[in-house]
Ligand binder design. Structure first.
Ligand SMILES: [Zn+2]
Length: 294
C-alpha cells in the first residue's frame, strides 16, 4: 500500500501575547519572538526541502509584515488563523466575517499571494458553531482546516469524517474541509500530530501514530512557533502568573513541559516522510470527492 503525503502546518501567533490576554485578561503586543521562532521553522523546512502551510494571525501580519514576505518568498503557502485569535464560540456571524476577511485581505496585500485556507483558533468549529463554515465560505476561502474529529472537552466534532472532504455548508456553499488527524486509542479518537499531544507523546509513539495515519490518509501536522520557545518569558508574564490561582498557574506551567522535545520530533518527521502544502492535498481531492451534506 502506498503511503499518503502529509501536510506540515504552522499556526503563526505569539504565545506570550495570547497567554496574557486569554489567561490574565491583559492586552499586550505581539512580541518579536514570533518572528525568530517562525524563522527557526523556516530554516528547518529549508534544510529538508519541504514546503508547508502557515496559518497567520492578522495581528502578526500587521506588526511583522516582513515575516509574511519572507514566508511567501520561500514558496510556502499562506493561510489565515483569524485576526485577533478569537474563537468562533465568542463571535457573532458578522464579527467572524470581519475577523477572517480582514486577515485574508491583509495577508494577500502584503504577500501578493492568494490565500485559500483558514484555520480557526482553538479548532473552534464544532456542531455548535457550524454556521462558521458558511462564514468561511462567504469570506472566499477554498478550504478550512478547523475541525478536530474527537469528543473533546473544549472542542471537537466527534462524528465528522476523518478524510479530506467536500462539504455543503448549512447555507449551501461548497467548501473543502481538512479535518485534523486522529488515531483510535482505547476506543477513543485522539489527536496525535500537534500541540500538547505532540509535546507529551514520546517520539516512538508519535512515529507509530504517524505511520498508522498515513497508511490511510494524509497526516496533518500542526505546530505553533511558541512551542519551540525554551527561553524564559518576560517578567510581566511572571508577574501575572504569580497572581493567578493555583489551577490556572499549573495549567500555564504545563504549556512549558516537554518543549525541548518538539524540535527533534519535527526533524524526525521531516526526515522520514513526504510533505506537501494543504492546498496541494486539497486540489488532488477536489474533483474526486462526493459532496457531503453536514
Ligand atoms: Zn492559535
Amino acid at each position: 500500500m502506498s503511503l499518503s503525503k502529509a501536510a506540515f502546518t504552522i499556526d503563526v501567533e505569539d504565545g506570550i501575547s495570547i497567554a496574557m490576554r486569554d489567561a490574565f485578561s491583559k492586552q499586550s503586543e505581539q512580541t518579536d519572538r514570533v518572528v525568530r521562532l517562525t524563522q527557526r521553522i523556516l530554516s528547518l523546512l529549508d534544510e529538508h526541502k519541504v514546503k508547508a502551510t502557515f496559518f497567520i494571525l492578522g495581528k502578526v501580519a500587521e506588526k511583522f509584515p516582513e515575516l509574511i514576505g519572507e514566508i511567501a518568498e520561500e514558496g510556502h503557502e499562506l493561510g489565515v488563523h483569524g485576526y485577533h485569535h478569537r474563537q468562533f464560540f465568542c463571535m457573532s456571524r458578522q464579527e467572524a466575517f470581519n475577523e477572517i476577511s480582514c486577515a485574508k485581505k491583509l495577508i494577500e496585500d502584503i504577500s501578493g499571494q492568494a490565500v485559500w485556507g483558514h484555520r480557526a483558533p482553538a479548532f473552534s468549529i464544532t456542531p455548535e458553531t457550524e454556521w462558521g463554515l458558511d462564514v468561511i465560505a462567504e469570506a472566499g476561502f477554498t478550504y478550512d482546516s478547523s475541525i478536530m474529529p474527537i469528543n473533546g472537552i473544549r472542542y471537537g466534532w466527534p462524528d465528522f469524517p476523518r478524510e479530506i472532504c467536500k462539504i455543503k455548508t448549512p447555507s449551501g456553499y461548497e467548501l473543502m474541509e481538512v479535518p485534523m488527524s486522529t488515531i483510535q486509542i482505547l476506543g477513543r479518537q485522539m489527536p496525535v500530530c500537534g500541540g500538547g499531544y505532540l509535546r507529551f507523546s514520546p517520539e516512538w509513539l508519535t512515529q507509530k501514530a504517524f505511520e498508522m495515519i498515513i497508511r490511510e490518509r494524509p497526516a496533518i501536522v500542526y505546530v505553533h512557533p511558541y512551542e519551540l520557545d525554551t527561553e524564559p518569558y518576560p517578567e510581566y508574564y511572571f508577574e501575572e502568573l504569580r497572581k493567578a490561582r493555583f489551577l490556572k498557574r499549573n495549567k500555564m506551567k504545563s504549556m512549558w513541559l516537554n518543549r525541548k522535545t518538539v524540535y527533534p520530533k519535527l526533524e524526525m518527521l521531516l526526515t522520514n516522510y513526504e510533505f506537501d502544502t494543504m492546498i496541494s492535498l486539497v486540489q488532488k481531492r477536489k474533483t474526486c470527492q462526493k459532496m457531503l451534506k453536514i
